[in-house]
Design a protein. Structure first.
Lengths: 417, 449
């Protein structure tokens, strides 16, 4: 008995020391874009869209497990692997998409900062520039590693959405029905939101981020079992938070027929139904998530681009040692901030277009991952099993068909008329 | 003026003899009857010479179902920037589903887009293009291109981008600066997946000329798989030099992929203070396992060092030093020094001990050379030699070394018996890390995010 207890503690300690890649990635995953999408989904369709979280979860686990395995076996980043195996042209196209999408994503993050601060009565013209400068200084002059740990701690605030949701007194019976009975409607709004949920939960840049984190940890195949559980825990955290955001918005906004376009609308509109506390908790969570991702996104994007094209990269390099890296990092932030500070910024259009690019990019990234992860020259004995391939390929297939459907759905509806 | 024109013509001719690999890729291949066969996919080279020479073509045809064929280089009639004409008939070429001969070395698979080590500038770079030279009907790999312009050429945007740059600045560096690295200084890292060894291994000699600290940096820029394979291909002294210049995390990750005899070999070949630095960070069981496999003399030394606290003089010291009994004559001392082989640490001082190995004095080369050759070494000693105790703190050691301008300071036990020496580089890295910690400016950001 004592021996078993000791073994348990030993296992637990090893697990805690290895906790990282999956859980960090999971906590970055619920960024401003994600919170917006989940809130809008809850407000528009109530509990009806909860079922999408189940396929999203399965896809998330399978994709991130592949990333972790590839990182462990090859010791290479995803950008490196794509460049070495698919050549320059495909790499260029993928990264062109990734950079555009990430500029959009960064803009959404700053929109999240602006929105959440508005709940506390601070104007976007004050808080967004300050946030951007702080983020820039933190990365270029400060200690990013420590900042990441602090953000990690703060990201537990996201669990406060559970409180928000429970304070909103949801109808648990309808929650269960919504979760377990998939419904499909072939109209543009419904398809957009489904694609949005999957695109924001399994965002393409997360794959690059995940694999880098695995390599940074220096994980070996011996520790695969722990890494696998790390991925599961991280993905579960992501999906649980998404689940409660949808419930919170469904129980209050949808019930009262309030339509929202932004996450901050959700925070504002929660007030009359769930109280000031719930509203502020929601806004604070949004703020933390936004600033966390606004730091990581431009940094990560600049890093992968430099990795793929062979430029010097890394924040331990000086400005003149890695000019492309800093130029890219700075301009992604600058463009993102500029878009948000435009007086009549088309925020909704930006969010939607970013998510569409994400959703189009995702199958491309997943397909290239699947090709590499099934190549014995790269993976040795650790290629995919049948289940992983089935999920991977059907995800790519479904996403492509959804994207096509989305593009042609206005045409179809016009034809029917 | 005439000379100028002549050399311009020569330059022009030389320019025509060079061709970028990217300009050849996907060019159509025709047989002797001018019938289309497929497109150039890859070039096989013989890596044996200093500059690898082409030995075959890989042709690809069909989409989406691709088929590949290998053609010997001798079958080529003519080759230029537009097309490749063969001197054999189409029917003689057999296409297969796949081409994956893992033994051979090919440009597209093994060099283009891959990371290589530039042993001249001591950096890891990514190959954007390959510069080939026409020599007697065959192609030689002359340079690799790592420039942004190479990237843009590959993407096919060379003309518009050049035009745009010219529009803004006719003399832009971008247009003239060529980032070509001669193949002589390139160490490719392509790995044969069957034997898990590096395919081309020409730069061994070059690696030996790179300063140890740079070697460590290069190594940290590589990915894990390349690190291990490259490491295994090196000789033991280069291995030792790399090992002491990488961080503990990389050391540990390397050790996990080496077998015990290789580990022991490395630890036997690095200075004892570096070995203990590494061993004391390992879990106790692992340390014990490694020590039990080492030579008994060396492992005894290391386990003794491991007993001292890592921030005391005992923990910092190395056991590689030169000490001679006080009566040894100078000539014999000098002869013995010439014959001894030292590990990485440089020897600056020579210590003088009595019959019980107690420290009585020290001397340096200058004093030894100037001394009378038949006199005992004791006569060449400095008037006074300062030492530190095994338990002295880092600060004490640093203070004394600064005060007496020592490159190395001897460490003694309670009975003044010489135990080892602390060299200035070890104390410097300790002092710097303390200073940095104080300034809170120490950046521990690793390469990958």
């Amino acid at each position: 008995m004592k021996k078993r207890l000791r073994r348990f503690w030993l296992g637990f300690l090893i697990f805690v020391s290895l906790v990282g890649p999956g859980i960090i990635t999971g906590s970055v995953d619920n960024d401003a874009g994600g919170i917006t999408t989940y809130s809008v989904a809850g407000a528009l369709y109530g509990y009806k869209l909860l079922w999408t979280l189940i396929p999203a979860f399965i896809i998330l686990v399978v994709v991130q497990e592949m990333n972790a395995r590839m990182g462990i076996v090859t010791g290479m980043g995803l950008a490196d692997l794509i460049r070495e195996n698919f050549g320059l042209k495909i790499t260029f196209l993928i990264f062109l998409g990734l950079v555009i999408a990430d500029i959009g994503n960064t803009a959404t993050e700053f929109a999240g900062v602006a929105g959440s601060m508005m709940v506390f009565g601070i104007s976007k013209y004050i808080c967004v520039p300050i946030a951007a400068v702080l983020v820039w200084i933190l990365v270029v002059k400060g200690n990013y590693k420590i900042a990441e740990r602090v953000f990690m701690l703060f990201s537990f605030c996201l669990l406060s959405y559970i409180i928000s949701a429970i304070l909103a007194k949801p109808d648990w019976k309808m929650v269960t029905t919504g979760l377990l009975t998939p419904q499909m409607h072939f109209n543009k709004d419904y398809l957009t939101i489904i694609l949005g949920i999957i695109g924001t939960t399994v965002a393409p840049w997360m794959q690059f981020y995940m694999q880098s984190s695995v390599i940074e940890k220096g994980l070996k195949i011996k520790q695969y079992k722990f890494t696998f559980w790390d991925v599961i825990v991280g993905c579960t955290a992501t999906v649980v938070v998404a689940f409660f955001i949808i419930i919170a918005c469904a129980a209050t906004l949808h019930k009262n027929g309030i339509v929202i376009n932004e996450a901050k609308d959700a925070a504002v509109s929660l007030k009359p139904f769930a109280g000031v506390f719930a509203s502020q908790v929601f806004a604070f969570g949004l703020f933390v998530a936004s600033i966390f991702s606004a730091t990581i996104l431009p940094l990560a994007t600049a890093f992968y681009v430099c990795e793929a094209f062979g430029f010097e990269a890394g924040i331990n390099k000086r400005l003149n040692e890695a000019p492309q890296f800093y130029a890219l990092f700075t301009s992604i932030i600058a463009i993102g901030v500029f878009i948000i500070l435009l007086p009549h910024a088309p925020l909704i259009a930006i969010t939607i277009w970013t998510q569409i690019i994400n959703a189009v990019l995702l199958p491309v990234v997943i397909i290239s991952m699947l090709i590499m992860v099934n190549n014995r020259d790269i993976m040795g004995g650790y290629i995919n099993n049948k289940f992983q391939n089935a999920v991977g390929w059907s995800t790519a297939f479904i996403l492509i068909s959804l994207s096509i459907l989305l593009v042609i759905s206005p045409l179809i509806s016009r034809l029917i008329k | 003026m005439v000379n100028q024109i002549k050399s311009d013509i020569a330059m022009q001719a030389a320019k025509n003899m060079f061709i970028y690999f990217s300009k050849l890729i996907d060019k159509p291949v025709f047989d002797k009857n001018a019938e289309a066969i497929g497109r150039l996919y890859d070039i096989i080279v013989k890596p044996s010479a200093v500059y690898p020479q082409s030995s075959g073509l890989i042709i690809r045809k069909g989409f989406p179902k691709r088929r590949y064929a290998v053609v010997d280089w001798l079958s080529i009639q003519e080759m230029d920037k537009k097309e490749i004409r063969l001197n054999i008939d189409k029917s003689k070429i057999a296409f297969k589903e796949k081409h994956d001969n893992k033994e051979e070395f090919t440009l597209r698979r093994d060099i283009l887009d891959q990371q290589v080590v530039d042993t001249y500038n001591h950096k890891v770079v990514r190959v954007n293009d390959i510069h080939l030279l026409f020599v007697d009907h065959s192609l030689m790999v002359a340079h690799v291109d790592i420039s942004t312009r190479g990237l843009i050429r590959r993407l096919g945007f060379e003309v518009p981008v050049d035009f745009l740059v010219k529009l803004f600045n006719k003399k832009a560096k971008y247009l003239t600066l060529e980032y070509l690295i001669t193949w002589k200084h390139i160490q490719p890292l392509s790995i044969n997946p069957v034997s898990m060894a590096i395919k081309v291994d020409v730069a061994q000699k070059d690696f030996r000329n790179i300063p140890a600290a740079d070697l460590g940096e290069i190594f940290l820029d590589l990915n894990m798989k390349d690190q291990i394979v490259l490491f295994k291909s090196l000789d033991i002294s280069t291995k030792a030099r790399i090992f002491i210049n990488i961080d503990f995390k990389t050391q540990k990750s390397l050790i996990e992929d080496l077998n015990t005899s290789e580990i022991v070999d490395i630890l036997n070949n690095i200075p004892s203070d570096e070995a203990t630095d590494f061993l004391e960070k390992l879990p106790r069981d692992a340390t014990h396992d490694i020590l039990s496999l080492m030579e008994s003399k060396q492992s005894k030394k290391l386990s003794q060092l491991l007993g001292y606290s890592s921030d005391s003089a005992g923990g910092l010291m190395t056991m590689e030093y030169m000490a001679f009994p006080k009566d040894t004559i100078v000539e014999s001392v000098l002869n013995q020094i010439k014959e001894r082989v030292f590990k990485v640490e440089p020897a600056q001082f020579i210590y003088i001990v009595d019959e019980n190995n107690r420290l009585i004095g020290s001397t340096n080369f200058r004093r030894l050379i100037l001394a009378e050759s038949q006199a005992p070494i004791q006569n060449a000693s400095f008037p006074k030699t300062y030492s530190v105790h095994l338990n002295s703190s880092v600060k004490e050691v640093a203070y004394l070394m600064d005060k007496y301008k020592y490159y190395a300071i001897p460490v003694v036990d309670d009975n003044n018996v010489l135990q080892g020496i602390i060299t200035v580089d070890d104390i410097l890295s300790q002092v710097i890390s303390i200073a940095w910690r104080r300034l809170k400016r120490i950046k521990v950001q690793p390469k990958n995010l």
